[in-house]
Structures are given as C-alpha cells and as structure tokens.
Write a protein that binds this ligand. Structure first.
Ligand code: SF4
Length: 388
C-alpha cells in the first residue's frame, strides 16, 4: 500500500468566488511566518516514510516566490525519504508562474504539475474570479512542457452559470489539443461560506438575479458530464474516477491512495492525515497555527479513531469513486467480512435501481462491485445508502 505526504500552502493572489478551500489572500509577512512554522512542522514529522507520493497543494503554492518554494521543496526532500519512482505534484495557477519558477520547481524533483485552468472561456474565468485569462492558461501548459514536465494535469469546471454546451465543448477541445496527461472535470457547486453562496443568499445582492437567471438545469449538467466522458474517452483518456481522466499510466497515484484508503501524513493549515486508523486535522485558523508554532503547542484541532463500522462504509464509498469499483475478494480479505452478505440489502436495492453492478474484474474468478453509468450520475444516492 502506498504512503503519501500532503503539504498545504494557504495563500492565493485573490479568492475565487466558488472557493471553500483553506486559503486566504497572499500577504508576504504572513507567508514568511507560515513557511517558517510549516518547515518546523515538517521537521517534527520527519522520520515517516518512505513516501510513494507528495502533493503540494493549496491555495496556490506558486503564489510563493521561486526562492521560497525552492527552500520549502529542498526542506521536504531533505527531511523525508521517497521511493525511487515517487510521484511529486505541485498545484499551480496560471498567472503565478513563469518559465524560471517552473524550471526551478522541476529541477528540485517535482515531477508532476496540476494546473488550475478551469475554463478556456474568458467570460467564465471572469465570473469565477480567476486571476488569469484563457490565453495565460494555455501558455501555462506550454511553459510547463518547456520546463521539462512530462506529467501535466489540468483542472476544469463545468456547470458555470451562463455556460452552454458550445462553450464547454470548446474548453474540452482546447484542453485535449494541449495533450495534458491528466484531466479533472468538476461540476461547479455552491458551497456554504463562499462568495458565490453569499451572493445567492443575500436579498440585496445585485448579481443574484443575474446568476440565478443563468444557472444551469440538472439536465444541462448531466449532458455536460456525459459529453465529457464520451469525448475524453474517445481521445485516449481513461475515465478512472468519477471526475478524473488520464492517459494510460498517468492516473494520479496520490489521489488513488486516498480512494484506496491508504495512509497519508500531512503538514500545514487545515491539513488532514490518516495514520494507523486515526484521522487528524490541523487547525484551519492561520493565527492559531502560527501561535501553536511559537508556543510549541499541538497544531491538531481534531482527531478521530475510525471505528470498525465506519471503516467499512468509508472504504466502500472511496472505492466506488473509482470506475473499476472495489474488488470484492480483496475488500473481503482486507476487512475480514464478506462485503456482499454484509451489505446484501443495500446492494440488492441499488442493483434493482440500476445504480451498481457486479462484474468480472478480468480474472475469471474475481469480481468487482462498481457504479453503473446511471450510478455515476447519481453517486450521492449510492453513497448515502451505504452511510446509513
Ligand atoms: S486559486 Fe484555488 S485555492 Fe485559490 S481561491 Fe481560487 S479556487 Fe481557491
């Protein structure tokens, strides 16, 4: 089983209207203090490993200068051991990178880059509050290639108010033309606490009416998702998780470890770890994080031992996110239960509703439990059933 490390950088140049990640607007003084504390936290968990994957996410890690990033990445690689064929990803935002910064990152051992493109339509990018244009997003992919990245991921968003199929098709086509190894496509959701949520809830919001008017229907969203699957599959991308597609050999090993319920350590504001059956969550308050560092106190806000019944449902929910689903024999061996009899009522009802199916895994004597095409569209219904 893989072991992963996640490092969080909670700064962005500007907040996007839909964002509910742990991140604030970049401030050089706060960023300096944060990096100092983060390096100390990393030193305290040194000794863990060897790691198969590293993911530096945010926020926008590339909001930091090339020299600060260099120092941080060197610190990570000097404190931990990584397997020879490790995967190390950094998230970047077009508008915060140049060739020099990308070359520095690549030369330090980061071998995968995840670019937050979101859309190739300037109106949509402006609506989302992104700091970059579609042209800059395109340029970011070329610059990453020039800097030597052979494993490039791109994030896209569909279901943006005012977006139509023509615009979404264009975004997908432009992305495929750039030949990234990995494509993630997420439906825009309105999360509580975001600027988008507040605009929609406020009775005085002037943009509320405009947004509502342009909100997409469920049929539009389904049409976009189905087109995404057809289009990317017909261009060589394997659909391997509800929202993720990859060229052969380029599935995100870091995220697969989450979906396989593997262990991961983490460092940084609001970062989550999962070690020996326990889940830990750092404080997501920057002042509290910095204070804990200066007072030499614990950064952990919450910890939870995952009880047996939750382990099963959690593993099932995570595993079913993968298009192959879960291997029934491996799952039963790992958790010492027969999954088919343990969940026989739930599985029968979901099979009857056409949401899940049991299929041969490729080996004649093994079987997988997985979402059907209809189940992919209604995955939350399936997950709820196993959470009861
Ligand atoms: S760049 Fe990403 S993390 Fe930063 S505000 Fe936008 S969505 Fe949030």
């Amino acid at each position: 089983m893989a072991l992963s490390l996640y490092v969080h950088i909670p700064f962005c140049l500007k907040r996007c209207i839909y964002c509910d990640f742990v991140s604030g607007v970049y401030d050089p003084e706060k960023a300096d203090a944060y990096i100092k504390a983060l390096k100390s936290e990393i030193s305290n968990i040194a000794g863990a490993g060897p790691f198969s994957t590293l993911y530096i996410g945010g926020g926008t890690p590339t909001a930091l200068s090339a020299s600060v990033l260099t120092d941080l990445i060197n610190h990570i690689f000097s404190r931990f051991q990584f397997e020879d064929n490790y995967e190390a990803t950094i998230e970047v935002n077009p508008g915060t990178i140049d060739k020099k910064k990308l070359q520095a990152i690549r030369s330090l051992g980061i071998n995968r880059i995840s670019i937050g493109i979101q859309s190739f339509n300037d109106r949509e990018l402006a609506f989302l509050g992104r700091i970059h244009s579609s042209q800059e997003a395109e340029q970011a992919v070329y610059s990453a290639r020039d800097a030597g990245f052979e494993n490039i991921g791109t994030d896209l968003i569909y279901g943006i108010p005012g977006q139509d199929m023509v615009a979404w098709k264009k975004t997908l086509e432009t992305t495929v033309m750039l030949k990234p190894e990995h494509i993630s496509t997420y439906e825009l959701t309105v999360e509580e606490g975001t600027a988008l949520y507040k605009s929609l809830k406020s009775p005085l919001s002037s943009i509320k009416f405009e947004i509502f008017k342009e909100m997409l229907s469920e049929e539009n969203i389904i049409e976009m998702y189905e087109h995404t699957i057809e289009y990317l599959s017909s261009h060589g991308y394997t659909h391997y998780e509800i929202s993720n597609f990859a060229l052969p050999g380029y599935q995100s090993r870091h995220n697969l470890n989450y979906w396989n319920r593997g262990e991961y350590h983490s460092a940084g504001l609001g970062a989550h770890s999962f070690i020996k059956g326990n889940r830990y969550c750092n404080t997501d308050n920057l002042e509290a994080y910095l204070r804990a560092f200066s007072e030499n106190k614990s950064l952990v806000k919450e910890s939870e031992y995952i009880a047996e019944d939750k382990v099963l449902s959690e593993s099932l929910l995570l595993g079913l996110r993968k298009i192959v689903g879960i291997n029934i024999e491996s799952f039963s061996t790992r958790y010492k239960i027969n999954v088919l009899s343990h969940y026989q009522n739930e599985i029968r009802e979901l099979q009857e509703a056409g949401l899940i199916e049991i299929v041969s895994s490729g080996c004649s004597y093994e079987t997988n439990l997985r979402l059907t095409r209809k189940g992919l569209l209604l995955s939350n219904e399936v997950f709820l059933k196993f959470m009861k």
